[in-house]
Design a protein around this ligand. Structure first.
Ligand code: DX5
Ligand code: ZN
Length: 214
């Protein structure tokens, strides 16, 4: 699955930018609060507006403090998947329960330096695992290949029936790195600059899908 990140889109024309990625499986929306990460993007009112103009499932990546308080609002608004950061969540099991009760899939994300092992039991309550392959906060950074070890661990836990979740990767995904990530066992690839930096975003989505399937 390919999830274009609108972080690299034209924020003055977001509805058009969603139309430009016809064929995408999900659209990835990066919510940043200038506290959990050193950047500020958009919040619930903008997500609500996006949900009104697209049929593509919306994948909200919350890079915010206190997701225990804010995450469920995105699920109630109709986001398909809502991901919170393991490093920010106080009670991640309760968050997953609330997200699912509100009708969304629950996602847990780990930054590049955060190990997976302490979170394996918590992940039993989640539907998606978002492995960050750059430090969260900005688009256009270089892929950190070390995180593929976590992808392989997660893939193994899923394939052996210990976890039931989609493995998602976010950061520095392009036509080259997507092959490495696919080989390691990623199910869903987020790509910002590789899609919206291209002349034809829909073609870029198709090219990424093609490379991931090799
Ligand atoms: C970074 C965001 C990513 C970002 C990826 O913190 O979570 O979703 O949009 O951008 P690229 O694909 O350009 O690395
Ligand atoms: Zn993201």
């Amino acid at each position: 699955m390919i999830a274009p990140s609108i972080l690299s889109a034209d924020f003055a024309h977001l509805a058009d930018e969603l139309d430009a990625v016809i064929g995408a499986d999900w659209v990835h929306v990066d919510v940043m609060d200038a506290h959990f990460v050193p950047n500020l993007t958009l919040g619930l009112p903008v997500v609500e507006a996006l949900l009104r103009v697209t049929d593509i499932p919306v994948d909200c990546h919350l890079m915010i403090d206190d997701p225990d308080r804010w995450a469920v609002g995105y699920a109630e608004a109709g986001a398909y998947n809502v991901t919170v950061h393991a490093e920010a969540a106080k009670d991640p099991v309760a968050i997953a329960r609330d997200l699912r009760a509100a009708g969304a899939k629950a996602g847990l994300s780990v930054k590049p330096g955060t190990p997976l092992e302490p979170w394996v039991d918590v992940l039993k309550h989640y539907d998606t695992l978002l492995v960050m392959s750059v430090e969260p906060g900005f688009g256009g950074q270089s892929f950190i290949p070390d995180v593929l070890a976590k992808v392989r661990t997660a893939r193994h836990l899923v394939d052996t029936g210990h976890l039931r979740l989609l493995v998602e990767i976010d950061g520095g995904i392009n036509n080259d790195t997507i092959e490495l990530a696919a080989e390691a066992g990623v199910d869903c690839f987020v790509a910002g600059s590789a899609v919206y930096g291209a002349d034809d975003p829909a073609k870029a989505v198709a090219a990424l899908r093609d490379r991931a399937a090799r």
